[in-house]
Design a protein around this ligand. Structure first.
Ligand code: 3HC
Length: 291
């Protein structure tokens, strides 16, 4: 299938980044949000991200204009009737996603592929809300979407096997490397990454080392681009907490129990970059050992 017209539902950090990725690859993109304010915020994400690329000499002003020109915004899902692919990037609440997919199934032409960018929710349960389970798939991007090179292509027992290479080919067209994965909590990346990040919060709480020293240890000792607390702030502590909860529910492995410190910061709405504070940022900060 030729994917020329795609839609992204939900223009938060991830959805806006995904819309930018499609538009950069020359596809026409419809961005959907619940209201005009949310649309303006989403457009702001793409404008800032592409401006940053212009400032760094990675894009010309004309290319930026062309990218922005390929993105149209709407608050009406009914505008998605002719989309070849819809990627959902709304909050990680299964009921919201199932109800959105049931709606998209009603609205979109029968051949439209419905994809979810869920970090950890079961794609199978989302697909089951539609009458086109064979054309529902996971397309999991990574934050920041315009930069990170991977897309996890998540198939379920219901997914048409021919769809996996089609979506993988699309990911390559976007300049990403696809990996095919099954529908288990966290897929591959979050299944391996989030327990590590969670354990960093446990070690901080235990007073093993200071926050900045743990970050420096993992950057300089392992060569990661960011330490665990900087990365938790990028991902969003609420997202990290939700993913850990899903991992714990599926595995019942107590090593996957969300760290109490993570829960405390999420309750305090210290969510990382999106709220201005998380493990890094202004006071209040998590307690640090005196060493
Ligand atoms: N949007 C768009 N572009 C961005 C960006 C953003 N938010 N942040 C950085 N960039 C671009 C910059 O423009 C720059 O591009 P250039 O090389 O063309 O000039 C490039 O990325 C490097 O940026 P910087 O020089 O500002 O900063 P760094 O070199 O420190 O890189 C980083 C920033 C790319 C975020 C890097 O630190 C990194 O790779 N961190 C790890 C990120 C990671 O692990 N993400 C996965 C999280 S897990 C996840 O998303 C799954 C989910 O389900 C939870």
């Amino acid at each position: 299938m030729a994917f020329e017209m795609v839609a992204v539902v939900g223009l938060g950090t991830m959805g806006a980044g995904i819309a930018e990725v499609f538009a950069r690859a020359g596809l026409r993109v419809i961005g959907v949000e619940a209201d005009a304010d949310a649309l303006a915020t989403g457009r702001g994400h793409v404008e800032r991200s592409t401006q940053r690329a212009v400032d760094r000499g990675r894009l010309s002003g004309g290319e930026r204009d062309a990218i922005l020109g390929r993105i149209t915004l709407t608050t009406s899902r009914e505008d998605l009737r002719e989309a070849d692919l819809v990627v959902e990037a709304i909050p990680e609440v299964l009921d919201y996603k199932r109800s959105l997919f049931a709606d998209l199934d009603r609205i979109c032409k029968p051949e439209t592929v419905l994809a979810t960018n869920t970090s950890s929710l079961p794609v199978t349960a989302i697909a089951a809300a539609t009458g086109r389970q064979g054309r529902v798939i996971g397309m999991h991007f990574f934050n920041p979407a315009p930069v990170m090179g991977l897309v996890e292509v998540v198939s379920t027992v219901l997914t048409d096997p021919a769809l996996v290479p089609e979506i993988s080919e699309l990911a390559r067209r976007l300049g990403k490397t696809p990996v095919a994965v099954g529908d288990r909590a966290g897929f591959v990346v979050n299944r391996l990454l989030l327990p590590y990040l969670n354990q960093a919060a446990v070690l901080l709480e235990q007073g093993l080392a200071r926050r900045d020293d743990i970050d420096a240890a993992m950057r300089l000792g392992v060569g990661l681009p960011m330490g665990p607390f900087a990365l938790l702030d990028l991902i969003g502590l609420d997202t990290a907490y939700e993913v850990m909860g899903v991992l714990f529910d599926e595995t019942r492995d107590r090593r996957h129990a969300p760290a109490p410190l993570l829960r405390e910061l999420v309750s305090a709405r210290l969510l990382g970059r999106k709220s201005g504070r998380g493990f890094h940022g202004d006071e209040p900060r998590p307690r640090e050992p005196d060493r």
